[in-house]
Design a protein around this ligand. Structure first.
Ligand SMILES: NC(=O)c1ccc[n+]([C@@H]2O[C@H](COP(=O)([O-])OP(=O)(O)OC[C@H]3O[C@@H](n4cnc5c(N)ncnc54)[C@H](OP(=O)(O)O)[C@@H]3O)[C@@H](O)[C@H]2O)c1
Length: 470
């Protein structure tokens, strides 16, 4: 793969040192391009590990793009590479596939007189109905390319865009490989990809392999010979290692991955491979004496050398409702994201009914947190990642057991019966105020004079409020 190695050399020699928002500085170079002839072989690097879990992730990510799904609930069954960017419900604030297959079209008010737009009956448009019953019109860019390849292969309009300016302006991860063009010349199908940003060592080998595979799939599907893959970068970079900001180093934080592809190379292995490492961690934890807890000692639970704060985290409607029929009566992705960020890495205590609702939705326990499930059922069968506690004290013991000393907080995630029992023991409440008053059968207990509002942060229609004991 001479072209790829030339690219790396060019970036390292022509690039300039740039501090970066992620905390990992880079060597960056402007405007680079390379091209490979796919007819000469498949461009899978041999100078970098691209096999096993990495190859499996690459294929499933491409299939996921083509599925048009805007969430990762299916994808995460195969790979964790997008997990860092999704909330617990698997929702993302930008998804390539959604724009590839279901690019939003302006409604009647958004169209200017005289402008051309496909009508409702047009073959590439579809009207979708959202869960709240509203309708929206979307355009399938991939079907458009497939049909155009068959009917008008010399078209120079086979452009697929994953970039929506309004979404990109506010998204936490706007698309890096944001547009590609399919082009047919001399009976060969070529694909040209443009990236606004690409890490030549981490992500680019995966982009190269994934889009080459896609070019092969398109060519096979439409009976063309596969041609070339061209790849252009506006900002091509290489991470300058060992430059984490002092604050992050001090707190032992690892910088957030820059893109899902950045996660792949150092990727966490699938569950089967992780087993041994996790088992070792569990063994270490078990050997450490669990802090002795004094349940009932007011709102604070103290252990030997550890003080564990008890934090209740809940989304509460104006009328105190938190749930109906075992579910939450609303869907606010910002709240789910907030919940994930708040609880990540900590033990989380919940009632059996709440656990079951979560497991139904996610296909298992909340990832990367010890789920401590309260239930009086002796025969409760829980998968790895969840721990059964038959009493409140047992749940606190299990939390202390799962606690890393520098975390020192357990999060209590409901439902109603569990909030009720933990309120008197809690040190802090993290309440998302929901601007609705739905009917419900589960309520948050009254927040009385014992509590004082410490912080209030508004986020769109929602308010994130922290209470401490008065
Ligand atoms: N808005 C929010 O932030 C939020 C958060 C979480 C949940 N919710 C909602 O709340 C509702 C669920 O709440 P819920 O009150 O019906 O159920 P829950 O509190 O989630 O679970 C109740 C179950 O937990 C077990 N349990 C509770 N206390 C226990 C104790 N001291 N010892 C042993 N086991 C104990 C029992 O399980 P067994 O029957 O197995 O013994 C009990 O039936 C759902 O609608 C859910 O969507 C909302």
């Amino acid at each position: 793969m001479r072209q790829y190695h030339d690219l790396v050399t060019q970036v390292l020699s022509a690039g300039t040192y740039e501090p970066n928002r992620t905390g990992i500085d880079t060597v960056a170079a402007f405007s680079h391009h390379y091209e490979v002839d796919l007819g000469e072989g498949f461009p899978l690097l041999t100078t970098k590990k691209m096999d096993g879990y990495r190859w499996n992730s690459l294929i499933h990510e491409l299939l996921w793009y083509l599925s048009g799904e805007a969430h990762i609930r299916t994808l995460r069954e195969e790979t964790e590479i997008w997990d860092a960017w999704a909330d617990d419900d698997g929702t993302l604030d930008t998804a390539y596939g959604r724009f590839w297959r279901r690019f939003p079209l302006p409604d009647d008010h958004g169209r200017l007189p005289g402008e051309s737009w496909p009508d409702d009956a047009h073959r590439w448009t579809e009207t979708e109905t959202a869960p709240d019953g509203t309708e929206r019109r979307v355009f399938d860019q991939i079907q458009y390319v497939l049909d155009t390849l068959r009917e008008n292969p010399r078209s120079r309009r086979m452009v697929v865009s994953a970039w929506h300016p309004g979404n990109a302006a506010v998204s936490t991860l706007p698309p890096c490989h944001y547009t590609f063009v399919v082009n047919v010349q001399a009976g060969r199908l070529n694909v040209h990809l443009t990236q606004r940003s690409g890490d030549v060592a981490l992500g680019v080998p995966f982009n190269l392999a994934a889009y080459s595979l896609f070019a092969h799939a398109l060519a096979t599907r439409t009976d063309y010979e596969v041609g070339a893959f061209g790849h252009t970068f506006v900002d091509a970079q290489r991470l300058a290692r060992g430059r984490r900001p002092a604050g992050a180093r001090r707190r032992g934080l690892r910088p957030r991955p820059r893109s899902p592809h950045a996660v792949v190379p150092g990727a966490r292995r699938p569950a089967a491979h992780r087993g041994r490492r996790q088992a070792a961690r569990r063994t270490r934890r078990r050997r450490r004496p669990a802090p002795r807890l004094r349940p009932g000692a007011g709102h604070r639970v103290r252990g030997r050398g550890v003080t564990m704060r008890v934090v209740l985290v809940a989304a509460v409607a104006e009328n105190g409702v938190i749930g109906v029929d075992g579910e939450m009566p609303w869907h606010y992705p910002e709240d789910l994201r907030r919940f994930k960020e708040t609880t990540m890495g900590h033990p989380v205590v919940m009632g059996r009914r709440t656990y079951e609702a979560i497991a139904d939705r996610l296909g298992g326990p909340l990832p990367d947190r010890t789920n401590i499930v309260l239930s009086r059922r002796e025969d409760l069968d829980l998968p790895e990642g969840a721990v059964h506690a038959e009493r409140v004290e047992a749940a606190l013991d299990a939390s202390a057991e799962a606690l890393d000393p520098d975390q020192a907080a357990v999060y209590v995630a409901g439902g109603a019966t569990v909030y009720e029992q933990f309120l008197d023991r809690a040190d802090e409440l993290r309440i998302t105020e929901i601007p609705e008053a739905p009917g419900g059968d589960a309520h948050f207990p009254a927040i009385g004079d014992a509590w004082t509002e410490l912080d209030r942060e508004t986020h769109g229609e929602l308010a994130f409020v922290t209470y401490r004991r008065a």
